[in-house]
Write a protein that binds this ligand. Sequence first.
Ligand SMILES: *Cc1c(COP(=O)(O)O)cnc(C)c1O
Length: 479
Amino acid sequence: MNDHPPDFRSADPSFSQAWTRIGEEIRSFRSDLQELPVLPSLAASDIQAELARLQSAEPLDLTDTVEAVIDLLRRGIVQVTSPRYFGLFNPDVLESGILADALVALYNPQLAAWSHAPAVNEIERVVLGRFSAALGLEPESTHANFTSGGAEANLSAVLSAIAHHFPNSTETGIGGTAARPAIYLSGESHDSFVKIARMTGLGTRALRKVPITERATLDVNALDKMIGADRHAGLYPLLIIATAGTTSAGVIDPIPDIADVAAEYGSWLHVDAAWGGAAALSPKLRPELSGIERADSITWDAHKWLSVPMAAGMFFCRHPAAVRRAFGVSTVYMPGPSDARPDPYSTTAQWSRRAIGLKVFMSLTHLGEDGYARIIEQQAATGRRLRTRLVDAGWITVNDTPFPLVCFTHADIREGRVSTTDLLERIYDGGRVWISEVVFAGQERVLRACITSYRTNDADLDCLIEELEAARLTSAATR
Ligand SMILES: *Cc1c(COP(=O)(O)O)cnc(C)c1O
């Protein structure tokens, strides 16, 4: 037993051993990943048994704990960093981000107040300034902050829009306004808005679901008509949500046309580019986001297509005064601002906050904006090759997007000979690749494969197609 508190400054050999082991794992995991199943091989009962063992023992040597946790992580999670995880925007991570997160844990900088972590607060401002410029926003007059993720960034947008349109509501509550505020969004928008409607006190009835086109984009004519009719009925068109890269199908709503409607009715325009925002860094893909610079606020997650570890969302807003109104607070126990730099605790939803931006900064300095553009474009190109290969193998693609997300089906599925669910079960049993299913455009159940790793190559695409074909043929044969 230790008779002194564990301390890495002490000469305790178990610390240096544990570090050596973790260093080894960081080096070997990525090459071993090629051979590891993408799906977990441990059952819940295996995990519980292992946890019981770890807890019933005397305090464990740190190296033993590290060993046990590595085993749980290798066999007990979906390997989202695998090039064969064609999944839900959870990225393969750049080494720079792993290093940054280790440093953050070591120094534990507190980003609530500017004066507690000037160096890291400035690092975040620099990164957000560059990204604001990439989005076409004026960095000097744009408010931007890192968030836990896209859901928090979307929440920040709705709270800022409320504070902007109903300044008194920060005192009276939303119930104190005579207006009946409404949020316009399509069924393809992210479901975080359902929670946000509840959290903000707007209620889910404030969510007005705009019809979509056949391509699963928000139907602008329907939006215009709906707002017109709603205004007659006494609703207040507070906010319109456009999505640039929907979660299901990766499609981009027509941002310029939606911006026109927002301007016509004086509504706040929020563009949810949680995944697709990365296109702003690529000269080739940037035009796909055209109009985004007209948004009042934008969500963009670094922990998706920018390939940094979770959790790293970003919120951009052209109305800093509205953000201060939404989040501003002063306390007796926090240090006052040391200069003109705002304190994050009084301009964001979080209070104590870790250094989210360091992993983005270190990845940006390591790759450069050009390097980032290259890996983003390379993933887009891999997505296009996947599309072609699926069609060549007899599959039918159904979504239309420049981003690397393919929704697809097969005549065997359309004609009822096999089901997407059955195919997925067979594919998951093999454990070699991970894909998912979605309902496309509210109509048709299809398969979904997204290029989430910058290391996914043609051999990985071959593997996916082999798995699909094998699942389809065995499924059809057992009917
Ligand atoms: C992922 C996603 C979100 C939610 O972001 P989190 O980082 O998971 O909180 C919101 N909107 C879209 C379009 C997304 O793809």
